[in-house]
Design a binder for this molecule. Structure first.
Ligand SMILES: [Zn+2]
Length: 148
């Protein structure tokens, strides 16, 4: 069995947002952008994923993804849009941040808090999942982007 030494190929993610991450290829020095939905089997956070450079095709390993809540990533993006004087984009991005925050708040308040405050013997996971699906269906109708 061949040993794999990734010590020289590990690259820290230089920029991370809700949709993408950026890292500089260890081999050719080019900046690579990867989409969380298209380029990975899960949306993150990434702490040791192998990727192929979008320029030279060689493999390297990425670490150091952000662990912030999704709504915070939208707030960071809105700040960047605001600095760039893209005000309409900043407002739209803040609206998405609020939508994500409120859906997270609704689930925490109306689903998880009652579920975890009940005694362990009475918790019904199937009931929680059914309520979660119903809540998401209702919330989906009151947003302008798909949250889940
Ligand atoms: Zn490369």
């Amino acid at each position: 069995m061949a040993s794999t030494d990734y010590s020289w190929k590990i690259v820290r993610i230089s920029k991370a947002d809700y949709e993408t991450i950026e890292a500089t290829c260890e081999h050719c020095g080019e900046a690579c952008t990867f989409n969380r939905r298209e380029d990975f089997s899960h949306v993150g956070p990434y702490a040791g994923e192998n990727v192929n450079c979008t320029h030279c095709g060689r493999e390297f390993r990425i670490v150091g993804d952000t662990i912030n809540a999704p709504h915070e990533l939208f707030i960071f993006a809105a700040k960047e849009h605001f600095r760039e004087k893209r005000y309409m984009l900043a407002v739209t991005t803040m609206a998405q941040a609020w939508e994500l925050f409120f859906s997270m708040f609704a689930e925490a308040t109306f689903l998880y808090r009652p579920f975890f405050s009940s005694s362990k013997g009475t918790r019904e996971l199937a009931k929680l999942r059914a309520l979660q699906a119903a809540m998401r269906q209702v919330l989906r109708r009151s947003t302008h982007c798909e949250i889940f």
